[in-house]
Each structure stands twice: as C-alpha cells, then as structure tokens.
Design a protein around this ligand. Structure first.
Ligand code: CP
Ligand code: NVA
Length: 300
C-alpha cells in the first residue's frame, strides 16, 4: 500500500486490493494453520463508538496472527478530551506495533496517523469505513468471481460506508448506482472521485441490479436526527416491492447492525438472497490481510 496507514480508500491502488484479496484467501483457506506474522506484537484498539463485528474481527484476526490487542474505550483514554490525539498517538507508538481506531470525527484518525509512527487503521469514522468495503468487495469477488458487467445499487444514506464502497467500486471497475433522499447524497468529493451514478430514485438504482446494499438510516453519532431521518428515508426501504426490480439472482448486502422494519424488511434481509453473514465473516479474513500487510513481517 502507498502509505503506512489505511485511513481512506483513496490511498489504495487497484493492485493493492487484489494483493490483499490473495492474502485474504490464503488466510481464509488455512484458518488455523497459516503463518503468524504478528507474533509477539501488541496492537491498540481505540473505540469511541460501540461495535460487535469490528472489535471481534480485529481482536480475533490479530490473535490468530500471533499478536495481542488492548481494547481502549473512550472512557479509558478520552481521545482528544483527557489528552490530545497527538499525545495518545505518540505514547502508543512507543509501546504498540499498530493502532486500530473507530472515531466520531475523521480528523481524529487523520491526527492519529499523522502523529503515530506505527500503522493506523480506520475502523470507521464519520467519513469512511474502508475495512467494511474491503470485506464487501472480497465477498462480491467470491460470489461473482469478478466484477465485470455487474450493477451495484446502494439505497439509503450517502454515508461513511457508501463513501468507501464508491471508491472501491471505482478501483474494482464495478458500476455503482447510489439512491438517496434529497439532501442525503454522498459528499461532493466522493461523487467527484468516483464514477457512481447518483439519483434520488431507488427504483432507478435497483433496476436490473446484481447487488443491493443498504445501511442504517441513522448512523452512530446522528441519534438526534433519528425522527427526521425516519420520515425522509421512508421511500428508500429495501422491501419485497423494491427488490422486484432487481435481477432475480441479486445478492443482498448490509454492513450490519440492521434495523428490520426501517431500512430493510425482515423478509428481504433474512431471505436466501442475503450474504450478510459472509460479509461479516470476511471482515476477519480481510483484516488479517490488512494487519499482516501493514504491520507484519510477511515472507515473500
Ligand atoms: N459493520 C460493522 O462495522 O459492525 P460493528 O459496528 O458491529 O463493528
Ligand atoms: N453507517 C453506520 C455503519 C455501522 C457499521 C454507522 O456509522 O453507524
């Protein structure tokens, strides 16, 4: 990878992604017998927000690669409050081999990366969720054996997950259509950097789609907007009516956690089209590849 960190998708090159996928396959195919490139190393996992998947997959991945991790919640370290991000980054760099961080403001992860001498991995910020997108594109690759001629429909909020997926779609050559309510489109920089088609019409995005993806309407940190968002996003629910417009063979993706009855119905998310558990499982395998690559000592 170009730099020492993985904090934004735009720092990745197409070649990096396929190298990470090959490494992921190697780790996935030999789950308990692969090499342990992080042996003897310790990693700090900073979480300002709750997590099931990201915390468990990083801890498990680091552990199975031979390393150890220390979970640090906001209460433990008060990133930027008890002491400046710079001091946290510089202190941690004297002890640990890498930092994985889930933060409210993207600037916190930028500052961690700026002041840490060890690799920093974005485990979700308000701007991006690159580790999620990496696992998702690996899941699509496994399912469809490539990306050629596939139509990817994102329906919902133009949020952090959407941003990372938009740039991954560009890198992987996948046509992405993003449907959001007016005013909830992805940030302009992401629209400019990607070749995604952005619309306010969910049917247009889903028509003949091979992949349908949605996420919560109210992300962590936006709780105060919940009532307004429930109202604004009503027409963007993934339900039986909407998915009729997709290809009959479509796959349904969601980064989770899901709110059944809000952004998606139980009927659709729990249908045979759903690959949500493959996505969740692949978080661990792809994160092994990221950690081994950035912080490891891989042979060859
Ligand atoms: N998809 C995801 O990042 O899940 P968590 O918030 O549970 O980590
Ligand atoms: N967009 C969601 C993703 C959760 C994994 C959030 O930021 O809360």
């Amino acid at each position: 990878m170009a730099g020492k960190d993985l904090i934004e998708t735009k720092s990745l090159h197409r070649g990096d992604i396929f190298k990470l996928f090959l490494l992921t396959e190697k780790f996935k195919n030999a789950r308990y017998s692969h090499e342990k490139p992080l042996s003897g190393r310790t990693f700090a996992l900073i979480f300002e927000k709750p997590s099931l998947r990201t915390r468990v997959t990083f801890e498990t991945a680091i552990n199975e690669l031979g390393g150890n991790s220390i979970y640090l919640s906001s209460q433990d370290i008060g990133l930027g409050k008890r002491e400046p991000v710079k001091d946290v980054a510089e202190n941690l760099s004297r002890w640990v081999s890498g930092i994985v961080a889930r933060v409210f403001e993207h600037k916190s992860i930028e500052d961690l990366a700026k002041y840490a001498s060890v690799p920093v991995v974005n485990a979700l910020s308000d701007l991006e969720h690159p580790c999620q997108a990496l696992a998702d594109f690996f899941t699509i690759w496994e399912f469809y054996k490539g990306y050629k001629d596939l139509k990817f429909a994102w329906v919902g909020d133009g949020n952090n997950v959407c941003h990372s997926l938009m740039l991954f779609a560009n890198l992987c050559g996948l046509k992405m259509h993003v449907a959001t309510p007016k005013g909830y489109e992805p940030q302009k920089e992401y629209i400019k950097l990607s070749s995604a088609v952005v619309t306010n019409d969910p049917v247009e995005a889903v028509r003949d789609a091979d992949i349908i993806y949605t996420d919560v309407w109210t992300s962590m940190g936006q709780e105060e907007e919940k009532a307004l968002r429930l109202e604004k996003f009503k027409a963007f629910q993934i339900n039986a009516q909407l998915v009729k417009h997709a290809k009959p063979s479509y796959i349904l993706m969601h980064c989770l956690p899901a709110h059944r009855g809000e952004e998606i119905t139980a009927e659709v998310i729990d249908s045979p089209h759903s690959v949500i558990l493959d996505q969740a499982e692949n978080r661990m395998h792809t994160e092994k590849a990221v950690m081994a690559w950035l912080c490891g000592n891989l042979k060859g």
